[in-house]
Design a protein around this ligand. Sequence first.
Ligand code: CP3
Length: 338
Amino acid sequence: MIFVDACFGKDTPYTPVWFMRQAGRYLSEYMEVRSKAGDFLSLCKNPALASEVTLQPVDILDVDAAILFSDILVVPMEMGMELGFFKGEGPKFSKTIDSFSDVKSLSLDSSSRLNYVYDTISLTREKLHKDKALIGFCGAPWTLATYMVEGEGSKTYAKSKKILYSNKELLHALLEKITHNLKEYLKCQIKAGVNAVMIFDSWASALECDSYFEFSWEYLKDIAQEIKKEYPHIPVILFPKGISGFLDRIDGEFDVFGVDWSTPLLQAKNLLGDKYVLQGNLEPCRIYNRDSMLSGAKEILEIMKGKRHIFNLGHGMLPDLPRENAIELVKFIHNYKF
Ligand code: CP3
């Protein structure tokens, strides 16, 4: 698989490409299947339909990898927190984590309740062309913890950080419990058939440098190390969003570093490119305009020169991005001559 080869830094005939949030609302085909399922969470829990939307971007865009259709928040949900997704408001938990007894009430065994995810994986792997990779994923402990403490997305993360600065033992207890669940969950995804795993730390940018390494990166490294120890042939991709100022402190045992769009790619290459394969980092909004998209892509390709690089966006696809441009972008990457 060209994508897996690229994750391990092997030479490939062209730069492989896929897009974060490549399955989603910008595709009318996705909207049709979602309405068949009823709502977003029902879609995640329906392996036949979740598998169908996982495969859509491979068929429509010809990307080199599919990413499992699910959500990072199914793990806290199966740890025992009631979750809803509300139109225009995003995800919400009905209760929040405030105390040690709340942490204690959370399950250590969510992975045994996520069979709908593993069924989606095996169904998808059966149907996916053998040259295309299937990526499994989870959220980073820190990112999941913020949702569990705030109960929803937040602009300031004030509640999570209040705990961080006034009761760090509580935050560590929560992070440890989440980490335990995530290790088991990723191993189950691998057993079900994913070819790589990615950890999304979407709210990495909420923390100052020392706090980031203590409350997030250490846990990401721990998960990555455990996966690499048991499954050395499965690439591990880490994506911390918004920490371009801390790249000189990035270390650990993993294969691919996901570069967000706010990080100058040349800077990431100079600091991390020898140690890790880089994935990224076109600013997603460039896809609104064909010329901006192609000039941005060219710049990225010329920095990486087809070596130790997987093309991606610097964050997820947006619901109103024009699909024709996304299709053209994949063709442009595949046909690019260095
Ligand atoms: O195509 C893919 O990338 C695979 C599926 C996927 C989804 N969410 C589907 C989804 C993946 C990998 C995720 C990860 C995820 N979920 C992250 C990390 C990546 C990132 O974007 O930073 C986060 C922070 C979440 C939590 C989440 N899920 C939010 C905040 C929202 C609402 C925001 C929004 O975009 O509406 C979701 C809902 C969600 N997850 C949708 C999809 C396709 C939209 C739901 C819908 O159909 O209405």
